[in-house]
Design a protein around this ligand. Structure first.
Ligand code: SAH
Length: 233
């Protein structure tokens, strides 16, 4: 979003004249100059995020904000995408002779891991800061061992690590992951923290590893941006 655009705060409908102003007021961060942030404001930003999810039931419907019914469609499309991209970028994957490891970021109750990542990856790690989500994922997935049926490989696939931490504080083990998957949670990070997480994630990837970011992009926001910055629709 450009500096002259309007950014909306969907929680209470406040609007700002620029992305810079929004981050400054909401999280005490000057996204353009990288000046030291107001740490109290930033803390408050992250605590509000955790507070919100702490009040949400630890189910697929809960983490999807009442839209649990979209989960199977979402997984089906992601599955197609993963098959395409892994086949193209990692020829060893198709032959079934590559040991694959994935990281599920902002994993919630482990929906993406259980329904998607474990089908493709021998090992999956989860990162999730909300305790009751991670505990639910742990209960459900600790002994969930899947025999892959996607490719010519019948080895066992399982979850290895459950990291109880937010992404802004998480540093992946160097060179561990074939895919780092971030879905429907990156909006919790400020712009600066996203960029620094992205750089740390790069170190966590194998040399031909992939960073996947799946998020919704709202058309309404971009329309109002163009409208309010004086351009025609
Ligand atoms: N990716 C999961 C969950 C999406 S809901 C899925 O698609 O099913 C958004 C998730 O982001 C919640 O689990 C929430 O606890 C998590 N979250 C909130 N703040 C976060 C942060 N700072 N870092 C990482 N995850 C965060």
């Amino acid at each position: 979003m450009d500096a002259g655009a309007v950014a909306m705060d969907s929680e209470d409908g406040k609007s700002y004249s620029s992305r810079k102003e929004m981050w400054l007021q909401e999280a005490g961060e000057d996204a353009e100059t990288s000046r030291d942030p107001d740490l109290n404001k930033k803390d408050e930003w992250y605590q509000n995020g955790i507070k919100y999810w702490t009040g949400v039931e630890a189910t697929v419907d809960g983490v999807l904000g009442g839209y649990g019914n979209v989960s199977s469609w979402d997984v089906m499309e992601s599955d197609r995408f993963l098959l395409d991209v892994l086949s193209e970028c990692m020829p060893d994957y198709v032959r079934g002779n590559r040991h694959l490891v994935a990281l599920d970021c902002g994993a919630g109750v482990g929906r993406v891991t259980k329904q998607l990542l474990l089908r493709h990856f021998h090992e999956v790690d989860l990162v999730e800061p909300v305790q009751h989500f991670l505990e639910t994922a742990r209960r459900d997935l600790k002994s969930h061992i899947l025999e892959s049926n996607v490719i010519q490989d019948h080895s066992l696939h399982r979850v290895v690590n459950f990291f109880a931490t937010p992404l802004q504080n998480f540093t992946p083990e160097p060179n561990r992951y074939d895919v780092i998957w971030v879905q429907w949670c990156i909006g919790h990070l400020t712009d600066q923290d996203f960029v620094t997480f992205f750089l740390r994630a790069k170190v966590g990837l194998k040399p031909d590893g992939l960073f996947v970011l799946k998020e919704n992009v709202s058309k309404c926001v971009s329309w109002s941006c163009r409208f309010s910055s004086g351009q025609s629709r």
